[in-house]
Design a binder for this molecule. Sequence first.
Ligand code: HDE
Length: 713
Amino acid sequence: MAKSKSAPTRAPSSASKANKTSGAQSPIASQAAGGETHQTASAPDDRITTNHGVPVSDNQNSLKAGARGPSLLEDFVLREKIQHFDHERIPERIVHARGSAAHGYFELTKSLGRYTRAKILTEVGKRTELFARFSTVAGGAGSVDTPRDVRGFAVKLYTREGNWDLVGNNIPVFFIQDAIKFPDLIHAVKMEADRGYPQAASAHDTFWDFIGLMPEATHMIMWAMSDRTLRRSLRMMEGFGVNTYRLLDDNDQPTFVKFHWRPKLGTQSTGWDEAVKIAGADPDYHRRDLHEAIASGAFPEWEFGVQVLSQAQADGLAFDILDATKLIPEELYPIQVVGRMVLNRNPDNFFAETEQVAFLPTNMPPGIDVSEDPLLQGRLFSYQDTQLSRLGTVNFHQIPINQAKGCPFQNFQRDGQMQTHLPQGRANYEPNSLGQASEIDGPREDPKGGFRTAAVAVEGAKVRLRPESFADHYSQARMFFRSQTKIEQAHLASALVFELSKCSFDHVRARVLGNLQNVDADLAKRVAAGLNVPLPPKTAAAVEPQDLKPSPALRIVGKYPETLMGRAVGILVTDGADGAVVKAVRKACEAEGATVKIVAPKVGGVTLKGGKTLVADGQLAGTPSVVFDAVALVVSADGCAQLMADSAGIDFVHNAFVHLKAIGFTAEAQPLLDKAGVVADPGIVNVAKGAEAFLPPARTRQWAREPSVRMLA
Ligand code: HDE
């Protein structure tokens, strides 16, 4: 039965199925007659082994009773490999399942020593290693990057005094005021319980049913329906701690603090139609963008800022600082920029790092503390708990990505599943006195340098009550809406029309419209008109909304820097295109920091006028204009004719136009522009004689074009 391993075996019939090559091969792949590839090790260090170190002789064939016989139970190599594979997945996060992450560093530029003793916020110039993970909330791990959704913005800073996890979102407020409503909120937004859809979308009955019944969500709904939830890039996204925290000074005196991350590239969004099309063109749009930017050395950067308020200042606010559905307008309490974050290294392994990273809002160094915000209080329990079901053990802090790296960690906690540490000594309790020299064994508490809690006075009966000071659900929603530009207001109203159009219950829509009347009568009217349904009466508000001063800081349009830095330009070329024009456009855009990609009907590229070959970065059908911020059409007359016969060519141009992008062109492309419905405006630029005129419109969107290409509410 047993054949020599080095001798090719041959079954009596169907010989090719049983072919096996000699074990004595060069380390280079060799192809057996039957099509199997064996790559053999040249040194013991190169050998595949089992998980227990036994060298594997054959990684192509399982052990069988005869070449065509059944597999043998004895084959522990096969069983171990398959069994490990069977258990490769861990439960995905119940929220924020889809995420992308990167390593980087934090650098303090201004000390907050007046307010805190946390070293990370007092040691100017010191760099602290960190790992940041950005995520969508509602979709599963395999969902697309561009749904209309809030984005998670979680940063694990490996400080010298333990890990600090600042687990925030890209929106400064939240849907609910009390943690007890979180499971309801998430159940409502995720796939509906009976049908299992829609995936990663809030546009469905259960979400809007819940929202209509929860007026406290109205402010967040304004943000969620704004372009803030349509991210252009993770690099162009703000981050907010959302909850109110405290800083504690050397004497443990507390100051309230709100944390902010502000992207160097400004906050930029896509349009809704564009986001939908990107989902098809590149479901990994954000993950790819982040990875490619870091790989190319264009390191994303954020400013780190704080708003600090004393108790007296907090008491003077028109709302409760403990209410996470409210923000503190920058105009009232400016953001002090005190540091920066740079992401400069992609993860080596997605699972080990991005998937296994476990953020805990309870991770705070001494000098930072929580507030009594009832949403935050619930979070303090939830994250630790969720790691146990995801990572399966209380020792998840030993996984390298979760380990405190800036300092040692030691205590008397012992054992547990997946214990990888080897504690020394006899004493696994404290106090103890078994140590030989010092009469103690192991670490001890540090009353001076250790984590302490602010000694804030707490009083009151045990109650399940929402404070009166949380009752105004509409004033800040109104402030947000009225602070937006006309374009952004129209986008927000249209998003509400889109989402409510996907609901099938009239009473669900009507209730939301009733709430919207409290935000802004005109907004409610526009949404009702967009749905073509009657406008119901205004919902009675617990507290009549106030007209707060608008906060222009809440806009996106007109606020982001007009720049090509971090933007992508696509040049569509055909055979016979003028290489000099391609070169000029590329050079001008790259000089301003843009990434330029060549798109051609075939990926092998085109033959330029003059005979040179220009290789493409992307093939036309697979690289539509939605993945670019601006495009240029450098084509020949024949090439133009071919593009006009191809819907991918027409869509490339049409979509760039309706997505308000700059379009550079050479005269030969004019028939294609006409066929794609492009109408001349300052964003449509002839680049035949130079790219300069293309640059200003390519640095932004052509907002003035929008009314001519889209019906907005
Ligand atoms: Fe989370 N949240 N959350 N959340 N959250 C989780 O923890 C939770 C909330 C946020 O990239 C979970 O490790 C409760 C606000 C981010 O891994 C879970 C409440 C904010 C991430 C959890 C909230 C966030 C999470 C799921 C209401 C903005 C992803 C997996 C009281 C400040 C972190 C996990 C990552 C993840 C609970 C509300 C941000 C279930 C109970 C508000 C960025 O523990």
